[in-house]
Design a protein around this ligand. Structure first.
Ligand SMILES: Nc1ncnc2c1ncn2[C@@H]1O[C@H](COP(=O)(O)OP(=O)(O)O)[C@@H](O)[C@H]1O
Ligand SMILES: [Mg+2]
Length: 267
């Protein structure tokens, strides 16, 4: 598989008055085409900064980031905008849908920027909304949808352009456990079907298992790179998780079946 991103000694320092914040210290990494990656780390470790640099939304203080061999730091703002519109889809924790637009209109937005004719755009957006299971919700405004549904609209918006890369920054941060798995299944399946590269930011080790590669970020450095399972939890693991949550929610002790508990005489 080809290399998509290549980072060499990337450093990002924010200056707050007289104070210096080292958001990224010295990061060298490669991302390959068609793989699923997870940037895993605690809050403040530098994960979002890394995504912003990859998206060309910010420039590194030093070091270099190449996308398909081209150094992003040499591009003009105009070229960076074209780079984002042409190659990248974004999914955010807080969905970032425009509140006055319908689901359909939100999904067509990236296509408007690409100057696709109206009829084609609407057809493409409706197809994407169907793919995320919202074929009958296209007229709804964001506030008329649940959190999980809003995130699916934003998924449709990210994928509608058929970008090579999808960046998802804590995409399940506002969702409950069940919806989190649904969302993670959907986003990873969609990326795999389309052979896109997916880079997910999370602080949740369980979610990180969906990735092929887990990149642990700590204090602005790469702590480790390990293989993920490349899938979510099994049916059995999900049921266990649900039981745990349900018993926690009611404040009851976990339900146990006493008849199956071995008694002393068999020990
Ligand atoms: N625009 C900014 N100005 C100043 N400091 C920032 C800015 N963005 C991020 N930081 C700081 O850089 C560090 C890394 O932030 P961030 O990449 O957002 O972490 P994460 O996404 O892992 O929670 C934090 O200490 C944060 O406060
Ligand atoms: Mg962040």
């Amino acid at each position: 598989m080809g290399i998509l991103f290549e980072l060499k000694n990337v450093r990002k320092i924010y200056r707050m008055g007289t104070e210096k914040v080292i958001a990224l210290d010295d990061v060298s990494l490669t991302f390959e085409k068609g793989k699923i990656y997870c940037l895993l780390g605690t809050s403040g470790s530098g994960k979002s900064t890394l995504l912003n640099l990859l998206a060309g939304l910010e420039k590194p203080t030093s070091g270099s980031i190449k996308f398909r061999g081209k150094a992003l730091e040499t591009l003009s703002e105009k070229q960076l905008t074209l780079y984002r519109q042409g190659y990248i889809g974004f999914v955010f924790q807080s969905y970032n849908l425009l509140p006055t637009l319908t689901a359909l209109e939100n999904v067509t937005l990236p296509l408007i920027f690409r100057r696709m004719p109206k009829r084609k755009r609407i057809a493409a957006a409706r197809k994407m909304l169907k793919a995320v299971g919202l074929g009958n919700r296209w007229r709804h405004k964001p506030h008329e949808l649940s959190g999980g549904q809003q995130q699916r609209v934003s998924l449709a918006r990210a994928f509608v352009n058929e970008p090579q890369v999808i960046f998802a920054d804590e995409p399940t941060g506002n969702l409950d456990t069940r919806t989190t798995y649904e969302m993670m299944d959907m986003i990873t399946n969609m990326a795999r079907e389309r052979e896109q590269t997916l880079i997910i930011v999370t602080h949740d080790t369980e979610i990180s298992q969906y990735a092929d590669q887990i990149i642990r970020v700590r204090d602005g450095n790469i702590e480790s790179i390990t293989e993920g399972l490349g899938r979510g939890p099994s049916e059995e693991e999900r049921n266990l998780e649900n039981e745990k949550n349900n018993s926690n929610a009611t404040g009851d002790a976990p339900v146990t079946d006493d008849s199956n508990t071995p008694s002393g005489e068999y020990e």
